[in-house]
Design a protein around this ligand. Sequence first.
Ligand code: CUA
Length: 179
Amino acid sequence: MTAPPANAEPQKESMGIDPYERNWIRFSIVLLVVFLTAVTVAGFAMGFQVPGEEARVDPATITEAGPFANPGVRQIAPGEFEVYVVSRTFNFDPAEIVVPQGATVTIYVTSQDVQHGFKITDTNVNMQVVPGQVSKLTYTFDRVGEFPYICHEYCGIGHAAMFGRVRVVPPSEFEEAGA
Ligand code: CUA
């Protein structure tokens, strides 16, 4: 070890932070800002929601009473619908959900047995389905078409066969069907 010469320039960095470390600190701060921006844009501009635990139910009795005893679509206001879905090995009840284009649909899902998943293709509806809990998300179907929903959490031998579909039809067609 040699001592620095007596006339050495005083260190420029305050607090004596190594330049390499200082760059990583800057990078970390930039990352935090990026993530905060992404979460804010997703939550407020793109309408992302966290599928929270909406309610608790008893998996053994959900088919006897309450909304899950009669799963399916109900219209609650003009353009507004709610759907109750029961997941079980290895199907969804109902296996088909029909709504008119533009419908805002609040989906309630629970499981009768083991843990499942509920993901609607091409939408941001993506929920974990846990027995004893009700998962809830709201989505507006702006496009006519078919949107398959799948179980995306491995639940047993028939997991891959566990799916259904949302059919979004033109409003006129929906009315004709008398739904
Ligand atoms: Cu149900 Cu995988």
